[in-house]
Design a protein around this ligand. Structure first.
Ligand code: GTA
Length: 176
């Protein structure tokens, strides 16, 4: 787990074959920047690729996915607040109905708190779903809306399984 999320932080103590893992408090600012940034890149990001990468490296904002449509902002505050003081939570909304559509952004004041959430909260259960956190380059007005034709997230248009907590079948499947 550490090798995946904190590449370069496992130090083999010379000759002893013992691996020592640094805790978050031990990381240098350079190591903090370089931590696994994930593979998602927002295709609608307005700016250069380099700028996008730099924003991700310095961001204190997380995208949280695979939420139930029934999960509330209060639940997000209560879970993510365990990792540090939250500046703002932005719930993802269906662009037509303006109802939750299964994701949110969590902005912390400090990057180290977002890092704690990346370490401890991603992959845990909320409303009986395994949630996923990802670094985000920062919230911009409009990004809270699903980009699918139906108003929800694009991935829910193509989903082929039945997911009662995310509106049933995917939108394309339900038209078949
Ligand atoms: N930081 O992982 C993320 C992330 N996701 C998934 C969405 N957002 C994210 N931000 C971060 N990390 O502000 C953000 C977006 C936006 C908001 C809603 O959430 O930046 P969205 O989910 O509606 O649309 O965004 P997005 O993100 O533009 O779609 P995505 O996930 O890249 O691409 C669509 C996915 O749907 C593909 O991975 C694929 O699985 C599926 N898909 C797309 N097109 C097809 C297709 N033609 N056929 C089959 N599957 C497809």
């Amino acid at each position: 787990y550490y090798e995946k999320h904190f590449p370069g932080c496992a130090i083999d103590l010379i000759g002893l074959g013992i691996s020592y893992f640094k805790t978050l408090g031990d990381l240098t600012s350079e190591e903090m920047r370089e931590i696994n940034l994930g593979s998602y890149r927002d295709a609608k990001y307005e700016g250069s690729r380099e700028e996008h990468e730099n924003k991700l490296k310095e961001s204190a904002t997380l995208y949280v996915g695979n939420l139930s449509f029934y999960t509330t902002e209060e639940q997000i505050y209560s879970l993510f607040g365990r990792c540090g003081e939250i500046k703002r939570v932005i719930m993802g909304l269906d662009k037509f109905r303006k109802t939750p559509c299964g994701f949110c952004f969590v902005e912390y004041h400090e990057r180290v708190d977002a890092l704690q959430a990346m370490q401890w909260v991603t992959g845990t259960r909320l409303d009986n779903r395994i949630i996923r956190c990802d670094w985000d380059a920062g919230f911009i007005e409009g990004r809270q809306y699903g980009r699918g034709k139906s108003g929800g997230q694009i991935r829910d248009e193509y989903r082929e399984t039945y997911d009662p907590d995310r509106g049933g079948y995917g939108k394309i499947m339900s038209k078949k």
